[in-house]
Design a protein around this ligand. Structure first.
Ligand SMILES: Nc1nc2c(ncn2[C@@H]2O[C@H](COP(=O)(O)O)[C@@H](O)[C@H]2O)c(=O)[nH]1
Ligand SMILES: [Mn+2]
Ligand SMILES: [Mn+2]
Length: 477
């Protein structure tokens, strides 16, 4: 696919054929010269054909092939004339990342790291189909779907400041549990407080470098500080909501006057009953994911206290932020100088709202929202902050991770004959895992170079670097 560089960190797929807008890929010249993402680029061009799309179909430097829409993709649709598509959100609805800082320095946990990782692995259920410490009746589950993170805090599984420091306060008000299938509800009753498999993780790390002192201070981060970074989503419930919605949308879209270049782009007009139902179901799954990550953080707090023999005051594990990277949101944006209500799809992309934005909680009004970018289990992860440039260029969005560079199959092949856990241990990183092929599929080389991805979004101005975290120990599903 022909790409035209339009600014130092932005490349355009020119509008042609049935595209309603151009495609735009944010990356560095170095990444562009080594780009081998033909399929993902084709998907960007496909998304550009959808009705009501505004400005451009976009992709971040962590992009790779996904179901219908690329992972690392951002697409905003006019609320009145545009569509909403489950493929633009992904199967793991509100898959996201939560970061907590502690009052501890690295040297204070080093003698206990082995015990800490063992206890975290015992206390936090992980793996495909794992069930959790919280069992819900369907009636109680309905409350979770309506209330999100707030439900967990009401059960004593967290602190009010956790939800204040969560995107959307950990709850999408549009949730309507009456649209959720019986099967999705059943899958949700036993999985709250579980990590999931493969790419999902809980990682104890340390602040390795600070790039922006003022923002780091506002986020409660300092050099050598012990942190907890966790990545999980809406588990079987979210998967089932997506599956149900795709089956419905595949039939529904045939009743509309829309020509799709790919069946995986099945969608509904946002302002239709079908669109409303998907949005309401998606919001339920998003709320489930926030309750899930809230409980995971609570279990991490309990485990640290147990292993280190300290109380909550000495641990001082405070939430920095929680963000989603698989979601569709109703937001106001300025498009061609005019305020518009739009439906922003972020699939493997993160919100990056700037200083002063009313949706950013009080604590971060001066800095912009924190953005949490995990890299891989052997390298680094980043904390960034939202910018005005992101509002102007990418509907307030930035990247979500390093992004895969090897398929799971290719990673397994590359790891043959190697002991990934020993390679990590040689770097001082302890890892515990559940799945038989998890470590092979998730080895650091399976992901792009996180430094390059972050430097690209920083260079493009879509978010700015605040701090880098290095892993100390990791539990993986
Ligand atoms: N710090 C860690 N980062 C990791 C690990 N496993 C994956 N990752 C990164 O997270 C994102 C999540 O993206 P998703 O599309 O899979 O949800 C991924 O792109 C990696 O960069 C880990 O163990 N530790
Ligand atoms: Mn996920
Ligand atoms: Mn994810």
């Amino acid at each position: 696919m022909q790409l035209k560089q339009i600014s130092p960190y932005c490349y355009e797929i020119p509008q042609s054929g049935s595209m309603n807008v151009p495609g735009r890929v944010f990356m560095s010249e170095r990444m562009a010269s080594a780009l081998s993402e033909e399929e993902a680029l084709k998907q960007v061009a496909n998304v550009a054909t959808l009705p009501g799309i505004l400005t451009a179909a976009m992709a971040m430097p962590d992009m790779h092939w996904g179901y219908g829409f690329p992972i690392g993709g951002v697409a905003a649709f006019d609320w009145d004339t545009g569509v909403i598509s489950p493929g633009g959100v992904g199967y793991d609805i509100n898959c996201g990342v939560r970061l907590a800082g502690t009052g501890l320095e690295k040297k204070e946990i080093l003698p206990a790291v082995e015990r800490l990782v063992t206890a975290l692995f015992q206390n936090i259920p992980s793996g495909v189909g794992s069930t959790g410490s919280v069992k819900l009746s369907v009636k109680e589950e309905m409350r979770v779907l309506r209330e999100g993170g707030r439900w967990a805090v009401r059960q004593g599984l967290g602190e009010p400041s956790d939800v204040e420091r969560t995107e959307d306060g950990g709850c999408m008000a549009e949730a309507d549990p009456s649209v959720i299938s019986e099967r999705a509800l059943m899958r949700g009753t036993r999985q709250l407080g579980t990590l999931g498999s493969g790419n999902h993780f809980l990682e104890v790390g340390v602040v390795d470098e600070i790039f922006d002192e003022r923002a780091a201070r506002a986020f409660g981060l300092f050099p050598d500080q012990v942190t907890v970074l966790l990545h999980s989503g809406s588990r079987g419930l979210g998967y089932q909501v997506c599956d149900d919605s795709l089956a419905f949308m595949a039939r529904h879209v045939r009743t509309l006057d829309i020509q799709l270049p790919d069946r995986q782009l099945a969608c509904a007009m946002i302002r239709s009953e079908a669109g409303r139902r998907y949005f309401a179901a998606m919001a339920c799954a998003a709320n489930y994911a926030w309750a899930n990550r809230q409980i995971l953080l609570h279990r991490a707090r309990e485990t640290f206290q147990q292993v280190l023999g300290i109380g909550p005051r000495d641990l001082a594990m405070h939430q920095v932020y929680d963000i989603c990277h698989n979601i569709a949101k109703r937001e106001e944006h300025t498009v061609d100088g005019k305020k518009r209500i739009v439906c922003v799809h972020r699939k493997g992309a993160t919100r990056a709202f700037p200083p002063g934005h009313p949706a950013v909680c009080e604590a971060y009004r001066q800095t912009g929202q924190p953005i949490l970018i995990p890299g891989d289990m052997g390298t680094a992860s980043y904390v960034m902050a939202g910018t005005r440039t992101a509002m102007a260029q990418s509907f307030g969005s930035t990247c979500h991770g390093a992004g895969r560079v090897l398929s799971r199959k290719a990673a397994k092949k590359r790891s043959r004959g190697r002991a990934i856990h020993r390679e990590l241990a040689d770097k001082g990183i302890l890892v515990k895992w559940t799945g038989r092929s998890t470590l092979a599929e998730e080895m650091p080389e399976a992901y792009k170079d996180i430094d390059q991805v972050v430097d690209a979004v920083h260079g493009a101005g879509l978010s700015k670097k605040v701090a880098r975290l290095r892993p100390v120990c990791v539990i993986k599903g």
